[in-house]
Design a protein around this ligand. Structure first.
Ligand SMILES: Nc1ncnc2c1ncn2[C@@H]1O[C@H](COP(=O)(O)OP(=O)(O)O)[C@@H](O)[C@H]1O
Ligand SMILES: [Mg+2]
Length: 258
């Protein structure tokens, strides 16, 4: 009796030109011109493969993430370097990825955000972050007071730096999907600068503070361990003061409550 070993390809790594990627590259609406332009750009960015993995499932494929403006895929270049590629959705109202790239660059100068490498009208190529959203991290990690405090201080310090350089992220009121945390909790990275601005009044620290302590699912988790609710009035007073004047002194007063 002959023995048949089925040849099954379990690899989730696909050549950039693979038909498997067409609907992802041109999400949500395909056009030939758009696809051809994108393939050319991907070659000019020296990208060779897309690795279909991540927690988001789209058309039966795993990807790193999907937002209102873009899809994010894990990719590999000709030098076998792994990176994350943000693809502008075809229904995005953004004209180009360049403004987000420039905001990321500014943040990167202060060691904030995934390091960005290059961009085209449709793509932004950046450092791949190996971690989970802050929301999932808080739900799935064995928490303790020390770990929570170190994560919170790490995030608030980054927000203070953004405030000082006048770069308003713009979406830190929705904290749950704008920070990626490494599994060990040591690295917290603020992502998604597509709504950022250097002309708006900054509200990074005040937005993140609310999301960490007073509003939403993360605050609920944190308050199970450390009761900040009873310091709420004091915090709100100091936040008001910080809003008026985002000095180091006012920041330190807030941090001393933590
Ligand atoms: N550098 C990265 N490394 C890994 N995953 C990322 C990276 N950047 C974004 N993601 C994932 O992709 C999702 C969508 O990215 P985001 O920049 O928020 O897009 P949008 O502007 O459309 O909201 C994020 O929530 C995150 O899960
Ligand atoms: Mg987003």
């Amino acid at each position: 009796m002959s023995c048949c070993i089925p040849i099954v390809d379990y690899s989730n790594k696909f050549l950039i030109t693979s038909p498997k990627l067409i609907d992802l590259l041109c999400y949500p609406r395909f056009s030939t011109l758009d696809y051809v332009t994108k393939i050319k750009d991907l070659f000019s960015l020296n990208l060779r493969f897309a690795v279909l993995e991540g927690d988001t499932v789209l058309y039966n494929n795993n990807i790193l993430g999907k937002g209102c403006e873009g899809l994010v895929l894990k990719v590999e270049d000709t030098k076998n370097e792994i990176m994350a590629l943000k693809i502008k959705r075809t229904d995005s109202c953004r004209f180009s990825m360049k403004p987000e790239f420039d905001f990321y660059k500014l943040a990167n100068m202060h060691n904030i955000g995934p390091k960005v490498h290059s961009c085209t009208v449709d793509f932004l190529l950046m450092e791949f972050l190996d971690g989970v959203s802050i929301e999932n991290w808080f739900s799935n990690t064995k928490l303790d007071t020390y770990l929570i405090k170190s994560v919170v201080i790490n995030i608030l310090n980054q927000c203070f730096v953004l405030d000082k350089i006048n770069l308003d992220h713009g979406q830190l009121n929705k904290l749950y999907n704008h920070i990626i945390i490494s599994p060990d909790g040591l690295t917290c990275t603020i992502i998604d600068f597509e709504s950022a601005s250097t002309s708006r009044k900054v509200s990074n620290l005040t937005s993140a503070f609310q999301g960490l302590f007073f509003k939403g699912i993360i605050a609920k988790q944190i308050n199970k361990f450390i009761d900040y609710e009873n310091k709420k009035m004091e915090c709100l007073e100091l936040l008001k003061e910080y809003k008026r004047n985002n000095s180091r002194e006012n920041f330190d007063s807030l941090m001393s409550l933590i």
